[in-house]
Design a protein around this ligand. Structure first.
Ligand SMILES: NC(=O)c1ccc[n+]([C@@H]2O[C@H](COP(=O)([O-])OP(=O)(O)OC[C@H]3O[C@@H](n4cnc5c(N)ncnc54)[C@H](OP(=O)(O)O)[C@@H]3O)[C@@H](O)[C@H]2O)c1
Length: 286
């Protein structure tokens, strides 16, 4: 049976891949702990690859603290670039196919139009720059890879916007949420399903793909939907980005065009609000 190795298994997407693999009886997917699969320890990583000889690697390991990355550029670069180089070299040695997760934050997002895989990346923050460096490292080392760029990931697991809003909504009577940054929330289990679908397809249409949920929303729209669907009574005020300064700049409009992933793999791309409804139901809130 072809082994699929998941790196960064302890994170949000790693959890969702594990839940889906367990639910669908995929016994060939391995989820080692970070100590066993530290992407910054190339020798240990190579030994793990040699032991497991995976046909596929799904890399979910990343430095994802967008604001902290502005101060911790060295660490972000180490994990998002050097770590990805280490993985790519192991894949190259064994002919392992890599699925790597990247981000809409590789784009500047200053135009109001859908972003395709052909659009030039131009990150506006350190996190985005290091993720782009990771993408470039893969392309330098590996002939065959899939890079999936996604956006605004959330789920029942880990820390994310949905869980933060539900917590704040329970604590406060009113909240201010940014209304002039537009993107698409992505339910991590939907992305997990897309990843397994790509593997199942045995497709050799390697390259970069965009995957988020369908539709567009501002953070304000997203927050309103979270409160509507969970039955939380809280007053939500729309505010401009300028009223909520953060260390990292963010793209104003980063809606990903999913045409390529849909046409190539025939994957299901649910509308963001429908997936949010599923998440809230799974959290046992409504
Ligand atoms: N979250 C989003 O909104 C979002 C949006 C677009 C794209 N993405 C991308 O989607 C992917 C998955 O994101 P996520 O939300 O699942 O992130 P996450 O929850 O932060 O998970 C990342 C995982 O990588 C682990 N990790 C860090 N350094 C490592 C190392 N040296 N070796 C092995 N593992 C290491 C982290 O462990 P520790 O917790 O111990 O550090 C964590 O478990 C990432 O590539 C991210 O860039 C995320």
């Amino acid at each position: 049976m072809n082994t699929i190795l998941v790196l960064g298994a302890g994170g949000q997407l790693g959890h969702c891949l594990k839940a889906l693999a367990e639910r669908t009886g995929m016994k060939n997917v391995l989820f080692p702990e970070e100590q066993e699969a530290d992407i910054l320890k190339p020798e240990a990583l190579s030994a793990l690859f040699n032991k497991l000889r995976p046909a596929w690697v799904i890399n979910c390991a990343a430095y994802t603290a967008v604001d902290k990355a502005e101060q911790n550029e060295e660490t972000a670069l180490l994990i998002n670039k050097t770590g990805v180089e280490n993985i790519s070299r192991c894949c190259e040695q064994l002919g392992t196919r890599l699925i790597h997760i990247s981000t809409d934050f590789v784009f500047e997002g200053s135009d109001v139009r859908l972003l395709t895989e052909m659009d030039e990346a131009h990150p506006v923050n350190v996190y985005g720059a290091t993720k782009l460096d990771g993408e470039k490292a893969i392309a330098m080392i590996l002939p065959h890879y899939f890079i999936l760029r996604t956006s605004w990931l959330y789920s029942e697991h880990g820390n994310n916007f949905v869980k933060t809003m539900l917590r704040l909504g329970a604590e406060r009577d009113s909240l201010s949420v940014i209304a002039d940054q537009v993107g698409t929330p992505t339910y991590a289990p939907d992305l997990a399903a897309c990843i397994f679908e790509i593997i199942r397809s045995e497709s050799e249409a390697y390259g970069i793909y965009h995957y988020s949920n369908e539709g567009t929303a501002s953070w304000f729209d997203f927050a309103k939907a979270i409160f509507d669907l969970s039955g939380t009574t809280v007053n939500v005020e729309p505010i401009p980005t300028s009223a909520y300064p953060t260390p990292a700049r963010r793209p104003a409009f980063s809606v990903l065009d999913k045409t390529k992933v849909k046409n190539t793999f025939n994957v299901d791309v649910p509308y963001w609000r429908h997936s949010l409804e599923r998440c809230i139901r799974n959290l046992g809130i409504h």
